[in-house]
Design a protein around this ligand. Structure first.
Ligand code: GLN
Length: 192
């Protein structure tokens, strides 16, 4: 399996490292032709406005939209914003996933936090209890999901932080910043 990691800005090295421990071939994507032959793509966390602007400058916006019509894409944090249809602001978005997000929903950098959440779908990759350590860094919330979007994880107060729409996956948090590869394994299941 060959998975791309959008490598314009943000935590792409961390995603690459986890994928490599799973024996997957990884390609850093900065140019449209680097999408050729990929089975799936991860858009890392970072800063969604920066990722969007660089995607425009590198002529990647349309090729990414085309790729996402037929292939799996997983956006983590800023990546989930970039995947969304609506982030309440004017910024380049892929508009692939029918979710509305609120950027920086938890406040400023100092309000970043970590917590264990139950993510039942992880039981498909491991018999462990489906608790996952979630790292939120100036994270967005998934405020609204369209029909056909499955909610994968919520905070204890019910706010949505992970969702799936067919072959598209969005998480507000950063599985690439933990040692736990289960979410990446789950993405590989989505890819297949
Ligand atoms: N705050 C960033 C944004 O709005 C996302 C932060 C992150 O990816 N950790 O794009």
């Amino acid at each position: 399996m060959k998975i791309g990691v959008l490598a314009l800005q943000g935590s792409f090295h961390e995603h690459q490292a986890i994928l490599q421990t799973l024996g997957v071939q990884v390609v850093q994507v900065r140019l449209p032709q680097e999408l050729d032959g990929l089975d799936g793509l991860i858009i890392p966390g970072g800063e969604s406005t920066t990722i969007g602007k660089l995607a425009v400058d590198f002529n990647l916006l349309q090729p990414l939209q085309q790729f996402g019509k037929e292939h799996a894409i997983w956006g983590t944090c800023a990546g989930s914003i970039f995947l969304s249809k609506d982030a309440h602001r004017q910024q380049p978005l892929l508009s692939l996933m029918d979710i509305q997000v609120e950027r920086n929903a938890f406040g400023r950098q100092v309000d970043s936090f970590e917590t264990d959440l139950e993510i039942p779908v992880l039981q498909s990759v491991s018999k462990e209890k489906p608790l996952f350590h979630c790292v939120f860094i100036r994270a967005p919330l998934i405020e609204k999901v369209g029909t056909g979007v499955e909610v994968l994880a919520k905070l204890p107060d019910g706010r949505i932080v992970a969702a799936r729409q067919g072959h598209l996956l969005a998480t507000s948090f950063h599985p690439e910043l933990t040692e736990d590869a289960r979410f990446h394994q789950y993405f590989l299941e989505v890819v297949q």
